[in-house]
Design a protein around this ligand. Structure first.
Ligand SMILES: Cc1cc2nc3c(=O)[nH]c(=O)nc-3n(C[C@H](O)[C@H](O)[C@H](O)COP(=O)(O)OP(=O)(O)OC[C@H]3O[C@@H](n4cnc5c(N)ncnc54)[C@H](O)[C@@H]3O)c2cc1C
Length: 716
């Protein structure tokens, strides 16, 4: 705890001690205050301003320091100032006092609590950010919930002080009036507790529950309205129907079967979806061959006189298919059927919130009634409407895998992860690759110096990187394909033999019933869902690429859990999808992996941070492997070892990041990573050394000076 916090804490402790030492707790009792009321009334009549000012100040102090006595003071307010003015004065004084307590708790304790209980506070913070006002209002309506406890606890959350102030004032108004009114009858009241008869407490509880009930009621009315024109079947064929058997759909179906629900998965194309057939698997298989070639070309670096590889591109692409075939059984109809999932090969259409129609591959058609639906229809490559693109023709990640002849000159449109991975792989396989990106750098989501490492390597390997180039037009001139791109107002021509479009992916949202049901899509053109992954219809869920915001296999699987569990058990308990720690990697060389914030985002969001950077060039294992390049860059909370985010560029970055993903997920700081034994010599030691960089920067200088003196003294 820093000095100013300690100072505030000391002042509060001193004031509280003085309060008790001078008998404040005995003075601010119901009986004592009741005995003083007539004196206070006559003082108020002769000195109204001083009386109100003094009362207000005393109230704010008692409430602000969370001292006992707020209730008797409120009663006195009623007795002295009457119902109207008493209510006004108490309302402002109690809210000001509450806000003071809130601010003090925030200043003194919040950072410590957030830091110490990071893991538990994260969902609370998220909840407060979204619905904090609502819950505060509910709590304030129930005087039985201790006033001081609410002030102090809310101070630990991210709620804004102004929001706290006005919500508290509104929420406490009813209770204030009741107590002040009771105060006007003070002579007739025997104890403060007596005010809250069972009936009054019951009424307040009802009042407190009112917003919750109202919310539930509004939700039910909304749901009723969306379902109004869709007759609900009396019984259902299935508990869950899943549309799409990609990463998201398969995990949803798996979970449903595991909990013994009756589930059907519908796939119109190939089981495994994009990841298996057009995405992760083929791209990583191709990257592996390209890597082998790159290593062979570096033979001299490894002490070999010479080495070369002869290869047939078609055979490389056949290997890619063999890899797919080898992994295929994991996602197959046979495996899922054995797990208890009914797999249907056909095209699904949501006919009503309760009915999924399936046009089967064999031509027959069926309709299944279902309690819940999970939409996991994925995404497809986006092809920008650039003039001439249809004439020159193009490949996307959907069609690329049919190539059997290596294009001599390949234009890769797009500098994102997919464009980068494939541009490097094709260049290593021998194509002359020109990579065109409109934005100022490759991998725009990563920090500039990280993207620069990748770009440098690309250029060294012969990729013609054209960042800041906008593809304007495609032409066929004298039988040659030409891309015209614009850079700083000038047009440039790039001749090519084949074009690979990798400028992003759009969700599948058309043609299977969303339009008819009026299910909205977001600005990013993904299916709109709430935090439970429910669409407009609470029994229809969406997950994976179709829902966004991430487009990775692991996030699809992560969301799938929520969609399936909420879809099956949502009437009992629903879970909010947790996106607090999302990692990803781009499998270029150097590989780039990230979790949490990077520096660019921290700056954009105005989040204070410290950076600790460890250059992998110095790592023994990296040197031995001839891979001494890259960096581990860790962002932490200033002065703390709490990790805000990590970016790793270098060999096996995607594997190395796992340690930080686990650390962030479970609230483990750099001190603990430093205190963990890492095997020598491994790349994983880079993580420990990055933690070491942080530790060195935070070495306790004063203590070290004492240690130096101690050693000098020991030497005599
Ligand atoms: C080249 C490339 C490389 C990638 N590399 C990685 C990587 O290294 N790591 C990573 O995490 N991610 C990677 N991805 C992303 C990853 O592939 C996707 O995020 C993931 O496949 C999304 O899974 P999904 O289930 O949401 O969608 P999909 O896998 O697209 O599955 C959706 C399925 O729904 C089916 N479908 C759609 N409509 C209907 C309908 N009406 N009826 C029946 N079936 C329907 C489709 O046929 C499809 O099979 C890569 C993607 C590409 C293109």
């Amino acid at each position: 705890m820093n000095r100013s916090r300690l100072l505030v804490l000391a002042v509060i402790a001193a004031l509280a001690a003085a309060f008790f030492a001078f008998g404040g707790h005995r003075y601010l009792t119901f009986d004592n205050l009741k005995a003083q009321v007539s004196a206070a009334q006559s003082y108020y009549l002769s000195n109204p301003v001083k009386a109100v000012g003094g009362y207000f100040l005393l109230y704010v102090l008692v409430a602000g320091l969370s001292l006992p006595g707020a209730v008797p003071l409120t009663l006195v307010g009623g007795a002295v100032f009457g119902l109207l003015w008493g209510s006004v004065i108490v309302s402002f004084a109690s809210t000001a006092g509450a806000t003071l307590a809130f601010v003090v708790s925030r200043f003194v304790l919040r950072e410590w609590v957030q830091d110490k209980f990071d893991r538990y506070m994260r969902p609370i913070n998220e909840g407060v950010r979204k619905e904090g006002g609502f819950y505060l209002f509910t709590l304030r309506l129930i005087p039985a919930v201790p006033y001081s406890a609410i002030n102090l606890v809310m101070g630990l959350t991210p709620m804004r002080p102004w929001a706290f102030y006005w919500v508290s004032q509104c929420g406490m108004l009813a209770g204030t009036i009741v107590y002040v009114n009771a105060g006007t009858q003070l002579a007739a009241i025997q104890s403060a507790a007596g005010i809250l008869s069972l009936g009054v407490v019951g009424s307040f509880l009802l009042l407190g529950c009112f917003p919750l009930l109202a919310k539930k009621f509004v939700d039910a009315v909304k749901a009723r309205r969306v379902y109004a024109k869709w007759p609900k079947p009396a019984r259902f064929d299935r508990n869950l129907v899943v549309i799409g058997a990609g990463s998201a759909g398969l995990v949803s179906a798996y979970i449903a079967a595991a909990v013994k629900a009756k589930v059907t998965i519908v796939e119109k194309h190939r089981m495994g979806g994009d990841c298996l057939n057009n995405g992760c698997v083929p791209s990583k298989a191709l990257i592996k061959t390209a890597r082998v070639l790159s290593t062979i070309r570096r033979a001299k670096e490894f002490g070999l006189t010479s080495a070369s590889a002869e290869f047939d591109f078609a055979e490389v692409m056949e290997r890619v298919q063999r890899v797919i075939a080898q992994i295929e059984p994991h996602d197959s109809v046979e495996r899922y059927s054995a797990l208890g999932v009914e797999c249907v090969h056909g095209e699904a259409r949501i006919a009503s919130p309760w009915i999924v129609e399936i046009q089967k591959q064999d031509g027959s058609k069926i309709a299944l009634t279902t309690r819940s639906i999970v939409i996991a229809a994925g995404a497809r490559p986006f092809v920008p409407p650039i003039p001439g693109i249809e004439q020159t023709g193009y490949y996307t990640s959907d069609t690329l895998w049919d190539l059997r002849e290596l294009p001599r000159r390949l234009v890769v449109l797009g500098g994102g992860p997919i464009g980068c991975e494939l541009a490097q792989a094709f260049a290593r396989l021998g194509a002359r690759v020109t990579q065109v990106e409109m934005l100022p750098r490759l991998l725009m989501r990563e920090d500039p110096e990280i993207a620069a490492l990748v770009e440098k390597r690309f250029r060294e390997e012969g990729v013609d990187v054209r960042t800041g180039h906008r593809a304007k037009e495609f032409r066929v001139e004298d039988g040659h394909k030409v891309l015209i791109c614009e850079r700083e107002g000038r047009d440039l021509a790039v001749e090519f033999d084949a074009l690979l479009v990798a400028v992003g992916r759009v969700a599948h949202t058309a043609g299977y019933g969303l339009e008819e049901l009026g299910i909205p899509v977001t600005k990013a053109r993904t299916v709109e869902t709430n935090e439970f992954l429910q669409t407009l219809y609470p029994n229809i869920y969406a997950c994976g690429d179709v829902a966004g915001p991430f487009q990775f296999t692991h996030t699809a699987a992560h969301q799938a859990w929520y969609a399936a569990v909420n879809g099956l058990f949502g009437s009992l308990k629903k879970f909010r999808a947790d996106y607090s720690v999302i990692p990803w990697a781009t499998f270029t060389e150097p590989e780039v992996a990230r979790v949490g914030l990077n520096e660019t985002e921290a700056k954009e969001k105005g989040i204070a941070y410290e950076v600790s950077t460890y250059a992998i060039d110095e790592l023994d294992r990296a040197i031995a492997d001839g891979e001494a390049h890259g960096v581990v860059k860790v962002l932490t909370v200033p002065g703390k070892d709490r990790i805000l985010g990590v970016t790793i560029a270098g060999e096996h970055a995607g594997d190395l990041i796992a340690e930080f993903v686990g650390a962030m997920r479970h609230g483990i700081g750099l001190n603990k990573i430093l205190g963990t034994i890492h095997i020598y010599p491994t790349m994983a030691e880079a993580n420990k050394y990055a933690a070491g960089v942080w530790k060195k920067a935070h070495a306790p200088q004063r203590l070290l000076r004492y240690a130096e003196r101690f050693h000098a003294w020991m030497r005599g």
